[in-house]
Design a protein around this ligand. Structure first.
Ligand code: AMP
Ligand code: ZN
Length: 462
């Protein structure tokens, strides 16, 4: 399996630290508002990474943190005149509700920054002891000049960065690129006691401490969208090097943005739709198809028209499955090899090549076409249907298949009984009764289709 590694700017063969196991960390939300559909793109991508790694046989530990202490949360609490913890709790709850609605599987761990303050203080003290941190008036900074390979993840030329950073120069900093490990609190702000006085940890320290605590000192994959490469991930990794001389993660994965008319969707620009609002209009699987149809590193422009297209795409999957007696052929554990094998192989090849979900989705469409080709014998179409559901499930589709396919047990049996009667009437050349059965079934939304293997049926979805 190959993964594009931001660190080396190339696709690399994936070798986990521990054979058969993957430790994955994706930066989670800062909980000061409902998360937008751009954030959802990144969250959903890592949900798919996790699902695929598991399908590929790895045991995955997946951590996504909750940043529940941050300037933005404090500002929101001032605006609303409520405690910062109220804001954080409200939007943490909303985050879990909305990710569940989106069809994201719960992560293995979802650590909150505020539960790790003691460990963060201990970590900053170690950096201080190693000579990488200095205190100035209750704030503690990381000294980037002390670290030889600072800038190696982002490939940024640090001198160029300095020019930009100098504009907002902070007189306390030795180098304008030095970043905050611990921030002195102002009166009324949430605060924790520390060797440097009352304050709170910096964002970059939060993630490095939580990820290493749960996944080990050097873990496999660390991810987010590309906005996090610099400074967030650069600074996380800098702290890890400063503490033990080792990289924080072996593979750094960064997704492209969801844009609005070419510009990054972001809360600060105000050009966003919350995931909540989008899910009012579009089914979670439609959003999933919309995102996964593009490679994760390519930008996507938010487009209601393309979402409408994805809606037809998803409807098409179910439409194909309606014509298959899928519930009957479900065969847990046993794969139907022969005909569908090619598609399983192509799927694996696409996903093993840096998670090419766009190719994987094309395979789902191809299978859908085959399932609907009635000239193909039904046992082969059943096999394709099985592949569609199995591959689709790895990408996070079809989690509610039985509910969505209206063929529940009893009504299914009754429809099949009517089909048998129709066959008998036709044998007796009683076409009046045969047509009546067809028409009466149509009236209740059951459509019959005569194929050379016999009659199949589907019910119009509600
Ligand atoms: P935040 O809550 O801003 O820290 O972002 C949470 C996650 O969403 C991070 O991984 C960000 O990189 C990612 N993200 C933010 N904006 C976008 C966007 N427009 N498109 C895709 N991912 C984004
Ligand atoms: Zn982070």
């Amino acid at each position: 399996m190959k993964i594009y590694n931001t660190q080396t700017r190339q696709k690399e063969e994936f070798k986990p630290v521990e054979p058969g196991k993957v430790k994955l960390y994706a930066c989670g939300p800062t909980v000061y508002n409902y998360f937008h559909i751009g954030n959802a793109r990144t969250f959903m991508f890592f949900d798919v990474v996790r699902r695929y790694l598991e399908y590929a046989g790895y045991e995955v530990t997946f951590v996504q943190n909750i940043t529940d202490i941050d300037d933005k949360i404090i500002n929101q609490s001032i605006t609303e005149n409520v405690p910062a913890s109220d804001v954080a709790e409200r939007y943490t709850k909303a985050f879990f509700e909305d990710t569940a609605k989106l069809g994201l599987r719960p992560t293995t761990y979802a650590p909150k920054a505020t539960e790790y303050i003691g460990k963060m203080i201990g970590f900053i003290r170690e950096l201080e002891k190693n000579g990488f941190a200095y205190e100035a008036d209750g704030d503690v900074y990381f000294s980037v000049d002390k670290l030889d390979n600072y800038g190696s993840l982002s490939g940024k030329n640090i001198d160029d960065q300095m020019v930009g950073a100098r504009i907002q120069e902070n007189k306390q900093k030795k180098n304008p690129l030095d970043f905050t490990l611990w921030k002195r609190s102002k009166p009324g702000e949430p605060t924790w006691n520390s060797p440097w006085g009352e304050g709170r940890p910096g964002w970059h320290t939060e993630c490095v401490v939580m990820s290493r605590d749960l996944l080990g000192e050097t873990f496999d994959i660390h991810g987010g969208a590309i906005d996090l490469v610099f400074p967030h991930h650069e600074n996380e990794q800098a702290q890890a090097y400063a503490q033990n001389g080792k990289p924080l993660a072996n593979y750094w994965m960064h997704g492209g943005f969801l844009n609005m008319s070419g510009e990054k969707m972001s809360k600060s620009l105000g050009n966003f739709f919350t995931t909540r609002d989008v899910l009012e209009k579009f089914d979670p699987e439609v959003v999933r198809l919309f995102f996964l149809s593009k490679h994760y590193r390519s930008p996507i422009d938010y487009s209601p028209e393309l979402l409408e297209e994805s809606k037809s795409g998803v409807a098409n999957f179910y439409d194909a499955l309606e014509f298959i007696d899928f519930l009957k052929i479900q065969n847990p554990g046993g794969k139907f090899g022969k005909y569908a094998q090619k598609y399983y192989d192509e799927f694996k090849e696409a996903m093993d090549d840096d998670f090419n979900t766009a190719k994987a989705i094309a395979i789902l469409f191809e299978l859908t076409r085959k399932i609907k080709s009635l000239e193909i014998p039904s046992d082969i179409r059943n096999e394709y249907a099985h592949a569609l559901v199995e591959i689709g499930s790895v990408l996070g589709f079809f989690s509610d298949l039985e509910k969505k396919l209206a063929k529940d047990d009893l009504s299914g049996k009754l429809v099949e009984m009517m089909i048998e009667y129709r066959v008998l009437f036709k044998k007796e050349k009683n076409y009046t009764m045969a047509d009546r059965i067809r028409n009466d079934l149509a009236d209740i939304g059951i459509e019959l289709l005569d194929t050379k293997d016999g009659t199949i049926w589907k019910s119009k979805r509600k």
